[in-house]
Write a protein that binds this ligand. Structure first.
Ligand SMILES: C[S@@+](CC[C@H](N)C(=O)[O-])C[C@H]1O[C@@H](n2cnc3c(N)ncnc32)[C@H](O)[C@@H]1O
Length: 226
């Protein structure tokens, strides 16, 4: 069982601007219809009514990537987790506007949902612009660490893919070091262009767009579960 205090530390803030009436209505009506059940084991059939390839996004922000991928792959099921209320509202707006029926959301910690999925059940896991926790004394709070990565590895099926994006140079170096030491993931890069340019089928997130506007390099890592 994960310590709730440590889970809260991973999140940062969970509520920002007050919601407009139309946004509050999305939380009251659409969210319950597509929310991941709060308890019990999870599976593709339990969430979507039948077996299909499952994708899982950790910290989807305002949901641009999650909704973009779900729109691209209507026969796949997408689970997105994000504790930030205004971000969940953003994702709900995308779900409504794109008429997506293949998305399930959880407003809260991703790892608590991930651990309820069967081992080897996921085709893709996405971690885009995770909170950098730049100070060395906070590096244990980074999502790219043995605990979360062991769980991601367990839940990905062999051949499944873990995608990680960041514009933070410290996180980039950290991720290359931590991922490079693992035998259960193979880095799918043959040339620098493979991690310096956004691969196809990788919709841009809000954080990525902001990073680019500010002139930052963005790194795109794709790892295959061995
Ligand atoms: C820097 S933002 C990036 C958001 C989005 N991925 C993007 O690229 O625009 C990091 C996000 O991770 C979320 N987050 C942090 N810890 C989390 C956790 N344990 N489970 C789910 N989301 C988490 C935060 O709430 C925040 O929205």
């Amino acid at each position: 069982m994960r310590d709730p205090a440590s889970i809260r530390r991973l999140y940062g803030r969970s509520k920002g601007r007050p919601l407009r009436a139309s946004q509050a209505a999305l939380i009251e009506r659409l969210y319950p219809a597509i929310a991941v059940p709060e308890e019990g084991p999870l599976s593709a059939s339990a969430l979507f009514g039948h077996d299909l390839p499952l994708h899982f996004e950790i910290g989807f922000g305002a949901g641009e990537h999650l909704a973009g991928r779900a729109d691209m792959l209507p026969d796949h099921g997408f689970i997105g987790c994000e504790p930030f209320l205004n971000g969940v509202v953003g994702a709900l707006q995308h779900v409504r506007d794109k008429h997506l029926t293949n998305v399930r959301l959880h407003m809260g910690d991703a790892l608590g949902v991930l651990e309820r999925l069967p081992d080897a059940s996921l085709a893709f896991v996405y971690l885009l612009h995770p909170d950098p926790w730049p100070k060395a004394r906070h590096e244990k709070r980074r999502m790219v660490n043995p605990g979360p990565l062991d769980m991601i590895a367990a839940k990905l099926r062999p051949g499944g893919e873990f995608r990680l994006g960041t514009d933070d140079p410290t996180y980039c170096r950290w991720a290359m070091m931590v991922m490079g030491a693992r035998r259960d993931f193979e880095w799918l890069a043959e040339t620098p262009a493979d991690f310096l340019t956004r691969p196809g089928g990788w919709p841009e997130t809000r954080y990525e767009a902001k990073a680019r506007r500010e002139g930052h390099q963005v790194w795109y890592f794709r790892y295959r579960r061995v």
